[in-house]
Write a new protein. Sequence first.
Length: 364
Amino acid sequence: MTKTCTFLGIESSCDDTAAAVVRGGGGSAEILSSVVFGQSGLHAHYGGVVPEIAARAHAEKLDIAVEMALGEAQVGLDDLDGIGVTAGPGLIGGVMSGVMCARGLAAASGLPLVAVNHLAGHALTPRLTDDLAFPYLLLLISGGHCQFLVVSGPDEFARLGGTIDDAPGEAFDKTAKLLGLAEASGPAVEAAARGGDAVRFALPRPLLDRRGCDMSFSGLKTAVVRERDMLVAQNGGLTRQDQSDLSAAFQAAVRDVLAEKSRRAAVEFRKVCPSGGAFAVAGGVAANMAVRGELETVADAASLRFVAPPLALCTDNGAMIAWAAIEQHRAGLRSDPNFAARPRWPLDRLSAPMLGAGKKGAKA
Ligand code: KG4
Ligand code: ZN
């Protein structure tokens, strides 16, 4: 297929309601529109995403997001070649809202509907933003996901390893909360770490003693609790310097774990791709400059091109779903018309599922 395709993409698997129109294929890609409605204000009070609230908010916002995406792209349903929708993994109520919305649009327009795995959306994004050939090594690090994948085709993914408990973004968010930073988020920890002494506290580097590429971040969070409690017992609270030093120590530990596991993943990747190739990162934590800088160094040392999409395309969005649908549609892959919304959906059909459920729902 040489002709470019224009697809609408719909995403609602967690706490972002998103729709986008992407045109692409055959070496080109253009995002004609991308609309994202976040829900953080709705969940802030509860300390995590509440599935029922998320599903209701998606149901209220999906039609508006789709209308806006089509309007901004200046296309109608008649101009589209298909619709892609996240069919999992994620919070099932939200996924179902998106699937029902997409089914309605597909039935009314007669357009083909592609059931997209949310993780495939993240994993294929580097090909939307950069001229990148298969295969490549991908590290997906966000609030709900953490895995190394060898991406060999639009629907060919091999997982080399992943977290056995928390995702790194989740650990960043919890650390911010534990330290009482102004905002419970990764960027707040990164900002606090700037003036910090990363070696004042000796935090562990979990699972480095275990072979392979699996990771763990929950023990690190417990170590932060221990240091914090000790400071509180000794001094009655944390000074700003304590907050900075603990943030710096935590960030350095995450950075070191991700870097060492990336070195090992690069060795594995070389077995399937002896020369050339790239190391791509995706997900919100890839925005962290300390992490990003170290991963770039690992890529250079392994003679891999380093690719990091812009932040708006690292975090959840509809364009990645439209793009994954285009890639899969152009490769001749067709979804079962009766596909179901799935809370869990491992990308790599051959690997055992990873267990654990983060604040953003089940990990696949
Ligand atoms: O990819 P994303 O928007 O959503 C999903 O989880 O799918 O990632 C959000 C996560 C949050 O946990 C957020 O705190 C973290 O990425 N994050 C960061 C930074 N920016 C976002 N973590 C560390 N440093 C950052 N600069
Ligand atoms: Zn995601």
